[in-house]
Ligand binder design. Structure first.
Ligand code: GDP
Length: 288
């Protein structure tokens, strides 16, 4: 297995979600818009699958807009599901989230029958950023009155609208090899869990096939489609002066450059999987 990621058991998280789920009306799951399938945690689906769900494709500013549209359509076709794309620059994401929840649970949202929402997502997906934005909006609206009621991590998003943060950590669970590479490339798994060169080579292999023009433009390369993955990595290292002496390329450094530039969006707006590809990976039986 290429990615060694065993962040520990999720018994406590599982237990805490299971205990809370009965009194939850809608589950908001934050996904990374660059890898929606891989950034979902299958355990969450198991625990909350019977509840209506909002899929938030976060960091959409970094993702390929055409592919985000495919994923949104994919999720919106599922029963009791609404999908929206968001990014941290959105000034008022609350309106969209509240609207999506109201559509899914129209009987809820009054003071007598408040809407009770659970928000979940793997680390680094942008949950704190989103919650801070939501809280900030509420505070601004209500002046001195505390917008946040941190009663059991409960956040009052609007009148009769309560949001709970996930109890515990929802670590990513890698179920196919490609998901592991994509999670590693996105920065969702710890650095010690993988070999950067290997992940960068996988990333380059995919980019060569689907985003050759972005790769060529960013690293001033020609015709990457005709090169092997290692040749591309070497060419990037050379181009950026990542050298070891005697003309040898520092592949480790080159790998870091590729990953950093993918993560920051400097490479361009890229999505590492389509709904169709993700289904194929699952179906190919390479389950880990
Ligand atoms: P959490 O672990 O899920 O709470 O993630 P954070 O909210 O701490 O965000 C992880 C990183 O992603 C931070 O560096 C954020 O600035 C960044 N981030 C969060 N949301 C967005 C977004 O929509 N777009 C971009 N480009 N970066 C984001």
């Amino acid at each position: 297995m290429a990615i060694q990621w065993f962040p520990g058991h999720m018994h406590l998280t599982r237990k805490a979600i299971a205990e809370r789920i009965a009194e939850i009306d809608v589950v908001i799951e934050l996904l990374d818009a660059r890898l929606p399938g891989s950034s979902a945690n299958p355990m969450l689906a198991e625990l909350t699958g019977h509840k209506p769900g909002v899929k938030v494709l976060n960091k959409q500013d970094l993702a390929d807009p055409e592919r985000t549209a495919l994923w949104l359509a994919h999720y919106n076709a599922q029963p009791a599901t609404r999908a929206i794309g968001l990014d941290a620059s959105q000034a008022a994401p609350a309106r969209q989230l509240i609207e999506a929840c109201r559509q899914l649970a129209p009987q809820r949202g009054s003071m007598a029958k408040p809407m009770r929402v659970l928000i979940c997502g793997i680390p680094n997906v942008g949950k704190s950023t989103l919650i801070n934005t939501l809280v900030g909006t509420r505070k601004a609206k209500t002046g001195d009155e505390a917008g946040v009621t941190k009663l059991e991590q409960r956040i009052v998003l609007a009148d009769g609208f309560y949001l709970w943060d996930t109890p515990g950590m929802l670590w990513p669970r890698i179920i196919v090899a490609q998901s592991g590479y994509n999670l590693a490339a996105s920065g969702a798994v710890g650095r010690n869990a993988f070999d950067e060169e290997l992940v960068a080579l996988e990333l380059l292999g995919y980019l060569k096939q689907h985003y050759a023009a972005l790769l060529e433009a960013r690293f001033r390369l020609d015709a990457v489609a005709g090169l092997g993955d290692e040749e591309v990595l070497e060419a990037i290292g050379r181009q950026r002066g990542a050298l070891l002496g005697k003309g040898r390329v520092n592949l480790q450094k080159a790998a870091e450059i590729v990953m950093n530039e993918f993560r920051s969006g400097s490479l361009g707006r890229i999505t590492l999987e389509t709904p169709e590809e993700f289904e194929q990976w699952l179906a190919a039986g390479q389950l880990l």
